[in-house]
Design a binder for this molecule. Structure first.
Ligand code: NAI
Ligand SMILES: N[C@@H](CC=O)C(=O)O
Ligand code: NA
Length: 449
């Protein structure tokens, strides 16, 4: 405790160091300075921004703070703080700086899903060893309160499944491609301009970002260490406008989904399955109406049933909201003299290979229009134990004036291995000109799906 100039008792401020002043960092710094009085009242002590680590000094910024706060010496800054906010991104130097901060007794707040998915355990163990908080609500689904509900509110329940849209950039792109027919490249450029995309947008487009988030969600939901390498990952770079059109013709929309499920190995042992891939969803599914950079996540738990979390999944201010919520939580813990709940990876469930995971496919085939072709195609599905749910056939006339047919097959649930082999075998049939599109299907009722 200290005494202020008027002789009244004042509480010692908690020192906050900010690492990174990009899209998110700028909004965190703005809020900490603009809303200082509210933060002080909510925490019971002022939050004093003692420095902002940047790569380059003297850069013009849209931020009205004391220029003396900027420093390029992040290593020194983290040793002087009670709370360190890491919004640099990437693996290094973010990891070393966070470890150094914890060694010096600081609580850490980060939005860095890439690092948590690649090497979370190193950070969780450091936090436990040094008795400090490591909070990362912003790392998954931006502003949406999701990790704390999973870690704390549902701690008395058993989570069976977490399924949703957790990447704002790709949802924005797929939405624009679907609703306005915008090109892939233009939609990506817009998402970047709006501050949704990662510094390297291939992290979004190729599904790494969604996979990192799936790893974090699965780790928390199933009390099991799941890393990025455990997650089956497919991005949206292969999604063509023909796929988008084909989905529309089926009354569906394509979304990039992250799916974390409790599952079983072939010999019946408990396991988890964690995957990210584009999938067709029927238009009446709740996730189908998630537009622009919004995220939505279903959490299914034994007792609670189905819960849905929805909101802005990316962008400076929404992400800063989650970061600041964590800052206040960590600050309150420091005031109370403790730390919040950490990670409990006691279950150690194995992660099921994608080949053994049960999914459904929508397959579009360009085939010869002659008797027996449908039976031949159906035979390949049957040979691999993949049951067909529906088949639609449309006649088309090729450029050469010859009649061809487009077959659209939707399967029942089967292992991913069986479905992949089926598609490989279909490609070898003389009567099949091409497998024009293969897309997983989620959200419609089918045996086991
Ligand atoms: N932008 C978004 O919507 C969201 C971002 N995140 C995460 O938040 C973090 C920050 O993201 P953004 O602000 O969008 O990225 P950004 O690229 O706009 O900002 C990062 C800033 O860190 C600076 N920086 C890089 N290395 C540095 C170093 N060694 N020392 C000091 N500064 C350094 C960069 O110059 C840049 O200004 C990332 O981990 C990202 O994955 C999480 C949720 C949403
Ligand atoms: N690039 C990410 C940002 C938030 O995590 C996204 O688009 O979702
Ligand atoms: Na969140």
């Amino acid at each position: 405790m200290t005494t202020n100039g008027e002789g009244t008792t004042a509480v010692k401020p908690l020192k906050v160091a900010l690492l990174g002043c990009g899209v998110v960092g700028t909004e965190v710094a703005r809020a900490l300075t603009t809303n200082a009085a509210d933060f002080a009242a909510r925490v019971g002590a002022p939050l004093e921004l003692i420095g902002i680590a940047v790569r380059r000094l003297g850069r013009e910024r849209d931020l009205d703070v004391d220029p003396a706060l900027f420093t390029t010496d992040a290593e020194d800054l983290v040793t002087r703080a009670d709370i360190v906010v890491e919004v640099i991104g990437g693996i290094e130097p973010a990891r070393s700086l966070m470890l150094r901060a914890m060694e010096h007794g600081a609580g850490v707040v980060t939005a860095n899903k890439a690092l948590l998915a690649a090497d979370g355990p190193t950070l969780y163990e450091a936090a436990a060893r040094h008795g400090v908080d490591l909070y990362y609500e912003a790392s998954v689904a931006g502003a949406i309160p999701l990790l704390r509900p999973i870690r704390e509110s549902l701690a008395g329940d058993q989570i069976e499944r977490v399924l949703g849209i957790v990447n704002g950039t790709t949802n924005y792109m797929l939405d624009k491609m679907d609703s306005t027919g915008q090109s892939f490249a233009d939609a990506l450029e817009q998402a970047q301009a709006l501050g949704y995309a990662e510094a390297d947008p291939t992290a979004d487009v190729d599904g790494f970002d969604a996979a990192a988030k799936a790893a974090i969600l699965a780790s928390l939901a199933f009390h099991t260490r799941v890393s990025l390498d455990d997650v089956h990952r497919e991005g949206i770079s292969e999604v063509s406008s023909a796929d988008v059109l084909a989905a529309q013709q089926q009354g569906c929309v394509i979304k990039l989904l992250s799916i974390c499920e409790r599952s079983r190995t072939a010999d019946g042992a408990e396991a988890v399955s964690v995957r990210v891939h584009p999938a067709m969803l029927p238009l009446d599914h709740q996730l189908a109406s998630v537009r622009e950079a919004f995220n939505a996540v279903f959490v299914e738990a034994t007792g609670a049933g189905q819960l849905m979390f929805y909101g802005p999944g990316a962008g400076g201010q929404p992400t800063a909201s989650a970061v600041l919520g964590d800052v206040v939580a960590v600050a309150r813990h420091r005031r109370a003299g403790g730390r919040g709940p950490g990670e409990y990876a006691y279950a150690e469930l194995p992660v099921l290979p994608m080949a053994d995971t049960v999914t459904r496919y929508h397959v579009r085939l360009d085939v010869a229009d002659r008797p027996g072709v449908l039976a031949q195609v159906a035979g390949v599905f049957a040979a691999h134990d993949v049951s067909i749910e529906t088949v639609q056939q449309r006649q088309v006339t090729g450029d050469d004036g010859v009649d061809r047919a487009v077959l659209v097959v939707t399967t029942h649930a089967a292992t991913d291995a069986a479905l992949s082999t089926t598609v490989e075998e279909l490609q070898k049939l003389d009567s099949v000109d091409s497998v024009a599109g293969v897309m997983r299907v989620e959200g419609t009722d089918s045996r086991g799906a």
